[in-house]
Every structure is written in structure tokens, then in C-alpha cells.
Write a new protein. Structure first.
Length: 379
């Protein structure tokens, strides 16, 4: 059976170079980075070199990078610490954030009694910046949490503009950049941002590792207590092989960024054209078909399929070897529909199947043709 993977927004295939680097480290550098002997010092050196590599790419200080288990932990770390340690009383976010943010904010509201405000969105799910500016007029200590690239519909936030609005209104700014780092350049000297979250497995690195960027002298305290790892900011023995895997993946992503971005963009254009020709009644959700306002890495399609067939579409695609998604992979086991699409689609369109196809350097136009043929047979 032919196998086609169009779910890179959920997780990406590891680059062979990353696997080689990680394998070598697991064989040769197995010392605990907190140990003072030579084995430990070798591991510690790898961790700190990786931190410097990340910091150089983002144009920030190495001391501002804290390695975590992934984006979810990094989001929790920033949001919870901002409320607990920095006195944030109001969090401004949107209804289409990742659940790592939404559920954390909901929990903080219950625990600390903070005020949560939601910025308005237009019909495609883009942030209303005028409304955001109005919300920022609150005199209370506040934090804005808005993701850079939406993981379901691909909308791109004007992160620099939001940073400027936050600075002008004395607000902290946190952004989940899990879908953007490794795919877009980000200069933290040019963007006013206090916290961001990153996960390695979104840019051809390993699962189970990511990092939080925490602006210097922010004053936040650890989320996980124990040892003095990560300069006391995040306890727990470092997974050296994962950290160097993240470093290698990030380095290669940016070394090959222009070439790979051009190629993947061409795949997205080809996919849009092929779907539009094969299924003229199909529509593209959010801003995902707008190449200027959405990421080049994914498309979200609402297909004109009869309601009785809709529940088995994803299953049928899987039987044909096609991997894609109804939305966030983190919610794939849930019976609920997409919380993102529910904010922008009418009731009628919510009854139709919407699928997210996400691309990477390993995909081909021949695979797109195969998917379109499979969908034609199903229709």
C-alpha cells in the first residue's frame, strides 16, 4: 500500500543528520551533565553549546534559553509563572489558541481569580488589532498570549505589531511559536516579546524536547523544582541526546530555510490548485489559502461531502495510506469538533469534513496527485 504523510504540523520526520548526531551522543556522551568528572563535563559542554546555538539563531542571550520537554511545558512555565511570580492579573488571548495555552489560562483563572479577555477575530480567524489595543487599556498588570502561527488554519500573527502594542501599554507578551520557529526567522532584538515556546519535533527534531525563551531579568521562578539544572530554572536531569538533536535540527532548518521554504510553498500552491480543480465547491478554512497571511506549511480544507460520509473520511484516507488530520493532533482522540473552526465556520460548514494537510521537504507533487485521486474515489 502506498504511504503518504501529510501531517507535519502534528510532528515531522527526523532528518537523518539529526538521528546520526543523537545516536553518536547516546553512545559516546552518556555522562550526567551535573556530574563534575570528565564524563559530566563533556555532557554539560554539549548542553551549553546547544543553548548558544539556539540563542545565536534567535539573536538573544544564551541565559534566556531554558530547555524543556516541549512546547506545552514552555507555555505552562511562562503563563503560570507570570501570574504567580509577576503579579499578572489579566490575560488577553484568543479563542483559537492551542489548548496548551487555553487550558492553562482556564486553570489560572480558577486558581488565582485572574481576568481572562478574548480578542475579537475576523471571519477568517485573524486578530482584530484595534480591539486588542482597546483591551490593553486595562490598568491591571496584564499579559497577552497569542500564537505566531495557528496550528490548524495556519494564520500568521503580526508578532512585531503585537509586541509594539504590548510595549506601548506596559503589557507582557507571550507567544506560542511552536509552528513558526524553524520555518520563519525570528529576531528577538527586533520583536518586543517576553516569553515564547518552541518544540523540536515541529522542525525535524526529536520529540520530548523544546525550549522556553524568557526575557532576561523577568523575575519568574521555576515551574519544576528539584536540582539546579538549567541554572535553577528547570529541575531534572537533561536529556543530552534530545537537546543536541534539537540543536542540529534547528541549525539545519535555518541553513536550508530559503530553499526548503520555496519548495514547500510550491507544494502548497500545487495542492490548492489540484483541490480547487477537482472539487470546485470546496473551500479553504481561515486564511490557509492566502499565501501572504498564512504559513506555507499547511492548508485546511472544507470538503463538499455528504454528512453521512463525513465521519468515515479520515478512516478511509488512512486505509489508503494517507496521513492527515482533522485539526490538532493533541485533540485527535476527542469526540469534540475543532475549537478553532467552531470560531470561524457556520453551522452548515461545521457539519462538513474539514481536513488539515501539512507539508515538508520530504513530500512530492506525485503524493498530492495520489491524495486527490483517493478523495475523488471516495466522493
Amino acid at each position: 500500500m502506498k504511504k503518504v504523510y501529510f501531517d507535519s504540523a502534528a510532528t515531522t520526520q527526523l532528518r537523518p543528520e539529526v538521528v546520526d548526531r543523537m545516536t553518536n551522543v547516546m553512545h559516546e556522551c552518556y555522562g550526567n551533565a551535573s556530574s563534575t568528572h570528565s564524563y559530566g563535563r563533556s555532557s554539560k559542554s554539549l548542553v551549553e553549546n546547544a543553548r548558544k546555538t539556539v540563542a545565536k539563531q534567535l539573536n538573544c542571550s544564551a541565559s534566556e534559553i531554558i530547555f524543556t520537554s516541549g512546547g506545552t511545558e514552555a507555555d505552562n512555565f511562562a503563563l503560570r509563572s507570570a501570574v504567580r511570580d509577576l503579579g499578572v492579573k489579566t490575560i488577553i488571548t484568543s479563542h483559537i489558541e492551542h489548548h496548551a495555552v487555553l487550558y492553562t489560562v482556564n486553570q489560572l483563572e480558577r486558581e488565582y481569580g485572574i481576568t481572562v479577555k478574548f480578542v475579537d477575530l475576523d471571519s477568517d480567524g485573524h486578530v482584530d488589532y484595534t480591539h486588542l489595543e482597546e483591551l490593553l487599556k486595562s490598568p491591571k498588570k496584564k499579559l497577552v498570549s497569542l500564537m505566531h502561527v495557528n496550528n490548524e488554519i495556519g494564520n500568521i500573527l503580526d508578532i512585531k505589531r503585537v509586541g509594539e502594542l504590548c510595549k506601548a501599554n506596559d503589557a507582557l507578551f507571550h507567544s506560542d511559536t511552536v509552528q513558526s520557529v524553524g520555518h520563519y526567522e525570528l529576531d528577538l532584538q527586533e520583536v518586543n516579546i517576553d516569553f515564547l515556546a518552541v518544540s523540536a519535533h515541529k522542525f525535524h527534531g526529536p520529540k520530548g524536547v523544546g525550549f522556553a525563551y524568557v526575557r532576561k531579568n523577568s523575575g519568574i521562578k521555576p515551574l519544576i523544582f528539584g536540582g539546579e539544572q538549567e541554572r535553577g530554572a528547570r529541575a531534572g536531569t537533561e536529556a543530552i541526546h534530545n537537546i543536541v538533536g534539537l540543536e542540529e535540527a534547528l541549525k539545519l532548518s535555518y541553513q536550508n530555510l530559503n530553499e526548503e521554504r520555496e519548495y514547500v510553498t510550491s507544494l502548497k500552491k500545487y495542492f490548492i490548485k489540484a483541490i480547487s480543480e477537482a472539487f470546485p465547491e470546496s473551500t479553504f478554512n481561515g486564511g490557509s489559502a492566502n499565501l501572504d497571511k498564512s504559513t506555507y506549511t499547511l492548508i485546511n480544507i472544507c470538503l463538499p461531502i455528504a454528512p453521512e460520509k463525513a465521519p468515515i473520511l479520515l478512516f478511509q484516507l488512512d486505509l489508503k495510506g494517507v496521513a492527515c488530520s482533522k485539526g490538532s493532533a493533541c485533540q485527535s482522540g476527542s469526540a469534540k469538533g475543532s475549537h478553532v473552526l467552531s470560531q470561524i465556520l457556520c453551522y452548515e460548514d461545521m457539519q462538513k469534513p474539514s481536513l488539515r494537510f501539512s507539508f515538508c521537504k520530504y513530500n512530492t507533487t506525485a503524493e498530492i496527485d495520489y491524495v486527490v485521486d483517493v478523495l475523488k474515489d471516495f466522493m
